[in-house]
Design a protein around this ligand. Structure first.
Ligand code: DGL
Length: 269
């Protein structure tokens, strides 16, 4: 039993889709969330910048006495080196491993699509894990840079005409290639599930990184005997104005009830 909070971070608000899942399956845990809303997006930036930002995010969470860190960001998860994560004073997970394992388990045809930010797709992170799991898997990856601004601006109603046109632009080729499983390799994308499903059709399995990784965090906490059954609070930190967070947080969380939100100067960490 360990009463310290779980630390979760993302480049912005997409990681709240992972918080939603954590709160659903681990209601007794306290959560500290950091969203780098002042510097989002990360996915269009170069590796060194993403790494520098990720290190600051991790350092901030460590000041909050967290017992576990989850990078709820496909982009950070794709570039943060495993060796560096292993040296942190608390256990760490990104979203790539658990999400790739779920996709490998879900596919029947062996054809898996991966969508993510430009940096995520450039890194080849999901394809590398999938190849380790089963070298016969065929993986097609596609960067979808317009999806994050669509979500952050609220174009999330299933079939929204703007979102649907862009989704066709990105996803038609994956559908036509016959993928039967699609990794939503960015934690913003589950908000576009309705629209993505309209393009991919009802039979393609959509793999949500927040959901899969929340399950993996639960397993890890159990194994490490770090679970807490008596908490349940959430505190939120952002690097830009808190009003913007308040306006859209419930969209991501589904249940945001006005927990404390604070702005911090992340560049000083
Ligand atoms: N939520 C981030 C991810 O999972 C994407 C947003 C960004 O580009 O910063 O990759």
């Amino acid at each position: 039993m360990d009463k310290r909070p779980i630390g979760v971070f993302d480049s912005g608000l997409g990681g709240l889709t992972a918080v939603r899942e954590l709160r659903r399956i681990l209601p007794g845990e306290d959560i500290v969330y950091f969203g780098d809303t002042g510097r989002v997006p990360y996915g269009t930036r170069g590796r060194d910048t993403i790494l520098q930002y990720a290190r600051q995010d991790v350092r901030f969470l460590l000041t909050q006495d967290v017992k576990f860190i989850m990078a709820a960001c496909g982009t950070v998860s794709s570039v943060y080196p495993t060796e560096e994560a292993a040296k942190l004073p608390v256990p760490y997970t990104g979203v790539v491993g658990a999400t790739a394992r779920a996709a490998a388990a879900a596919t029947r045809s062996g054809r898996i699509g991966v969508i993510g930010t430009a940096a995520t797709v450039r890194s080849g992170s999901f394809a590398a894990v999938l190849a380790q799991l089963d070298s016969r898997l065929e993986v097609r990856a596609k960067a979808c840079p317009m999806f994050v601004p669509l979500v952050e601006n609220g174009y999330v109603t299933p079939g929204d005409p703007v979102a649907l046109a862009i989704a066709h632009q990105y996803l038609d080729e994956l559908r036509d290639a016959g993928v039967d499983t699609l990794i939503l390799g960015c934690t913003h994308y589950p908000l576009l599930t309705g629209t993505i499903r309209m393009v991919m059709g009802p039979d393609v399995a959509l793999i949500d990184p927040g959901r899969e990784t929340a399950d993996a965090v639960k397993d890890a906490l159990e194994q490490l005997e770090l679970l807490n059954g008596t908490g349940g609070t959430a505190r939120y930190f952002v690097s830009d104005a808190v009003e913007q967070f308040r306006q859209v947080a419930d969209l991501f969380l589904g249940e945001y009830a006005g927990g404390p939100v604070e702005q911090i100067p992340i560049e000083t960490y």
